[in-house]
Design a protein around this ligand. Sequence first.
Ligand SMILES: [Zn+2]
Length: 175
Amino acid sequence: MPTIVTHAAPVLVLGSALGFRRIPPRLFWVAVFCALLPDLDVIGFRLGVNYADLFGYRGFSHSLLFAAICGALAWSAAPFLRCRRWLAFALIFAAVASHITLDAATSGGLGVAAFWPFSGERYFFPWRPIRVSPLSLRAFLSERGLAVLRSELLWVWLPCLVLAIAARFCLPRRR
Ligand SMILES: [Zn+2]
């Protein structure tokens, strides 16, 4: 996986580009949380679940079905999120899908079970420029961790920053 902070980057970009007038704050912060949510499956390691199992790391929680379920929950919670139902579904689905997309572009581990239940196969993109982050803090606080941060800055944060700036200039201001 990219680092947990980097998983929030696409939602932060979307939020800064569209602003709180288009994306209500509650919906925005729930979307940030949902961009990180799939990696709660690391709990499975502690519970003895195998990496390659359906509920193992990058399994069910890294599927588009899981993204759709999260989107459906947001759709039903739209009054609480103070937004239209379609917006709640779309943003939360996109937040979880962005997590799956970034993981599929990393250089290590198993791929993502993006198309479960139609396929149990684990997928990666053919081109994977993002260095996979070590799961242990000790390994992260090393030369390997620096390499991960460098690759995330180059392949995630820089493109997100360019997109955010472009969107600021291109999108009409909403009053
Ligand atoms: Zn992940």
